[in-house]
Write a protein that binds this ligand. Structure first.
Ligand code: XMP
Length: 515
């Protein structure tokens, strides 16, 4: 990145909080570019930024392994804001003390604030904030004053106005902190970072020009999944190079009702696009025959997808570029910096996850963006609303929502039940409150009675979750009347289904999907 852009960028050092990305997003919402960086990023690198935020993190400073910032960042003369662990780190590194508090503060906490500096400008003397900490600062470093306290914690905010260093125990980035955005805006004002983050037409035009130049007279290829990311990426590249772009959609037969038709319709509308559909339902069903182990299913689907995509791409001449809908969150995995290898819960298969040896150069126009930013761009590019607002959908599709072996019959049953659930949630307005919802077909049967006769059918399980990042999730509290309506419709309208259950498990301990 150019020095000039960095000068107006805020560096957020990631100490492993689940909210680190959220800090970056909030700063961007305020029109300033922000980047998430490793916690040990050197002061030399950070000197080029407009300001530094030290994120929260799960560690205790009493442990010698606890992550620290480069101590030289405090003498760069840059404004610094420490949040939660970040506050404790400032205190610890500059000569104050941090100890385990008597009481943990978790959730909403009222704090009394009084600052000589401008960090709390426009705020009341008492504010509602959101906290999550056990440790607390017990002695401020020399030259710092205490600017906030709560009932359980005498030091919830500190500042050294002269040095531009501020620390707060509460999280300004979460919505539960009533005026968190004001605090962040005040910090941006202190930092004098320029408002350069504007995702409007200019951003699109700059990308289009860049892609045109990069591709020249060559050709580019895109694997479409029908999801937001690959669709927006291909719309953008198409705007730049028109018919030099080929989009390939592999129809696995594992999509939801009406989805493949919608994708075909959407892309047929783009003029001068080489759009190819590979109808591979039969091949996928054949490959999945007898496979019931979830990881095996994912592997079979992922590998067949790649094979078909490669076969199709070999038919094309002069293609040097591959378009991928990689997002900022794919590039920078929060917490990676904290070290340690996470255990594999599920091997995600993404259309974007094509093998490296495909011998293409990559075009990843969305790699600086978050999902909600991609949605804004998609809207500006004219991507249909249904795709822009589309829920996440796993790469292996309905195969991981059918427990046990996947068959055409089961897919059709699941599709019908899923469509009813979706239709009713949308019609009732409940869908707007829920981030993901779908039906699952388990591999069990139960006895029922329909029309005075015994049935021995399958149940359908409904799953609906509220979540901000899909890392954790809660089951959605759908009104009982609505569940009753969905249940009645599914058992009446979908052959072979005689029971409907609603999944009331959060993540953890469950995951969002059943496989
Ligand atoms: P889990 O089930 O792990 O799901 O709690 C979290 C989110 O990820 C989606 N998901 C996938 N997305 N490829 C994807 O692109 C996959 O293989 C995959 N598996 C799960 C899931 O729908 C949820 O939104």
């Amino acid at each position: 990145m150019e020095q000039n852009t960095q000068m107006s960028t805020i560096a957020v050092l990631d100490f492993g909080s689940q909210y680190s990305h959220l800090i970056v997003r909030r700063i961007r919402e305020l029109g300033v570019h922000a980047e998430l960086l490793r916690p040990d990023t050197s002061a030399e690198v950070l000197a080029k930024y407009a300001g530094i935020v030290l994120s929260g993190g799960p560690q205790n400073l009493s442990e010698s392994r606890a992550l620290k910032a480069d101590p030289n960042i405090y003498t760069l003369g840059l404004p610094i804001l420490g949040v939660c662990y970040g506050l404790q780190l400032i205190a610890h590194q500059l000569g104050g003390t941090v100890r385990a508090g008597d009481k943990r503060e978790y959730g909403p906490v009222r704090v009394a604030l009084s600052s000589a500096g401008k960090l709390f400008k426009g705020l009341s003397k008492e504010e509602l904030t959101w906290m999550s900490h056990g440790d607390q600062v017990t002695k401020t470093p020399k030259g710092f004053s205490v600017t906030g306290k709560s009932d359980a914690c005498p030091i919830v905010a500190i500042e050294n106005v002269e040095r531009g260093i501020y620390g707060i125990q509460f999280h300004p980035e979460v919505k539960h902190t009533e005026h968190g955005m004001v605090v962040l805006q005040n910090f941006l004002n202190i930092s004098k970072a320029k408002k350069t983050w504007n995702l409007g037409k200019n951003w699109i035009e700059a990308q289009v020009e860049g892609i045109k130049e990069k591709v020249g007279s060559s050709r580019a290829l895109c694997a479409l999944s029908g999801g937001v990311d690959s669709t927006v990426a291909s719309y953008l590249v198409h705007r730049a190079i028109g018919k030099q772009l080929t989009c390939i959609y592999v129809d696995t037969g594992m999509m939801r009702q009406g989805e493949t038709e919608q994708i075909k319709k959407t892309f047929a509308k783009l003029p001068n696009l080489d759009f190819r559909v590979v109808d591979a339902e039969t091949e996928f069903l054949k490959a999945l025959k007898g496979v019931s182990e979830p990881e095996k299913k994912r592997k079979v689907i992922g590998e067949l997808f790649i094979r078909l995509f490669e076969k199709e791409s070999k038919k094309l001449k002069g293609v040097n570029f591959l378009v991928q809908g990689t997002l900022y969150t794919d590039v920078i995995t929060s917490g990676v910096s904290v070290g340690g290898k996470a255990s594999v819960i599920k091997s995600h298969h993404n259309v974007g996850g094509l093998p490296k040896d495909l011998k293409f150069k990559l075009i990843e126009p969305l790699r600086d963006l978050y999902k909600d930013e991609v949605r804004l761009i998609g809207k500006d590019l004219g991507v249909p609303e249904a795709i822009v607002q589309r829920q996440p959908f796993p790469g292996p599709g309905l195969a991981v929502r059918i427990i046990g072996e996947v068959t055409k019959e089961k897919l059709d049953t699941l599709r019908s039940a899923d469509a009813i659930f979706r239709e009713e949630l949308i019609a009732s307005g409940e869908a707007k409150k829920i981030q993901q919802y779908f039906a699952v077909l388990p591999d069990i049967r139960s006895v029922g009675v329909q029309g005075d006769a015994r049935t021995y059918g399958h149940p359908i399980i409904l799953r609906a979750v509220t979540t901000s990042d899909f890392m954790t999730a809660d089951w959605a509290r759908i009104p009982h009347e609505l569940l009753a309506k969905v249940s009645a419709r599914i058992t009446n309208e979908v052959a072979g289904i005689n029971r409907v259950a609603y999944d009331i498990t959060s993540k953890p301990p469950a995951t969002v999907e059943w496989e």
